[in-house]
Structure formats: structure tokens, C-alpha cells
Design a protein around this ligand. Structure first.
Ligand SMILES: [Zn+2]
Length: 158
């Protein structure tokens, strides 16, 4: 049997170096994940990676980066290598998280331009626990604020 192997050029590592897809930047709600290339609707953007933990471990950990994948299991996305942890909440998000087995992937909900922040809807329980107390600063909510009071109080957090 003939096995075809892909021919790789190893000589010019610097030239073939991949262009980064994402960048992490400061936003009014802390750090956010911005894409450097466009994604069309329905395309897979990034995986939410981390250690899978059971509900027993969960109690000992801060819930901010926990992504629940079942009633008893969650992904702890606290690690720095998990770029998807920088995706902020939006009430009108441009992306959505789907579970695939025990893996969580973020998909484009609409066409996303290069330079846009990636946002997902974190869901009601996260919103009530972490966002409602400080007030939502997503684009939609800030616009609403602007419309009524004309003044936005920006609150920095890290
Ligand atoms: Zn909002």
C-alpha cells in the first residue's frame, strides 16, 4: 500500500510562520478576544479548552471560567492557553457556543469582520451571578443606556 505523506518544507520556519488569528485587548469590561481575520456565518472560530472537572471539584473553584457541559461536568477554562476565556458576554452576541461530545466550540453566529471582538451569550445564571450586579456593558446595553440617560459610567475591571 502506498501511503502518501505531505511534503513539508522545514528550512524556512520564519517565513511559513502562521499569522495569529486572535488578539487579546482591553475593553470597557476588561480583556476581550478580538479576531484578526474574518469569519463567515456558521464557521467554527475557536475551542473553549480546559480541564474537565466534576461537580465535586467545582465547589472549590471560582466559577467564572467554568463552562458547564453537563449537570455534573464542567470545563475549567482558567488556563492562559485557553484564549476563548477572553470572549466577553454580549446580549447581542456574534458567536455561539456548542457542545460536541465533551468539547465546546465557539461558532460564528453571523459574518464577523476582522478586528471585531468575539462575543457570546453567557446564559442567565452567569449573567445573574457576575454581570447583573455590576451592570452589563455590552454594545446593546450601552446603547440602551446612552439612549435614556445620555451618560455611560465606565467601570474598569480586570
Ligand atoms: Zn448586555
Amino acid at each position: 500500500m502506498l501511503i502518501k505523506t505531505s511534503k513539508e518544507t522545514t528550512s524556512d520556519q520564519s517565513i511559513s510562520k502562521e499569522i495569529p488569528t486572535f488578539t487579546v485587548k482591553r475593553t470597557i469590561t476588561g480583556l476581550g478576544l478580538f479576531t484578526l481575520k474574518p469569519f463567515s456565518e456558521g464557521k467554527r472560530i475557536i475551542e473553549y479548552t480546559g480541564k474537565i472537572i466534576s461537580s465535586d471539584d467545582k465547589k472549590e473553584m471560582s466559577g467564572r471560567y467554568l463552562f458547564e457541559i453537563s449537570e455534573k461536568l464542567a470545563i475549567n477554562g482558567k488556563t492562559r492557553t485557553n484564549l476563548a476565556r477572553y470572549i466577553n458576554h454580549s446580549c447581542r452576541p456574534n458567536a455561539i457556543a456548542y457542545l460536541s461530545g465533551r468539547r465546546v466550540w465557539i461558532w460564528a453566529k453571523r459574518n464577523i469582520k476582522a478586528g471585531e471582538p468575539i462575543t457570546i451569550d453567557y446564559g442567565k445564571s452567569y449573567f445573574d451571578d457576575y454581570i447583573r450586579p455590576i451592570g452589563c456593558k455590552c454594545e446593546k446595553c450601552v446603547k440602551k443606556l446612552n439612549g435614556t440617560s445620555g451618560k455611560v459610567v465606565s467601570q474598569q475591571r480586570d
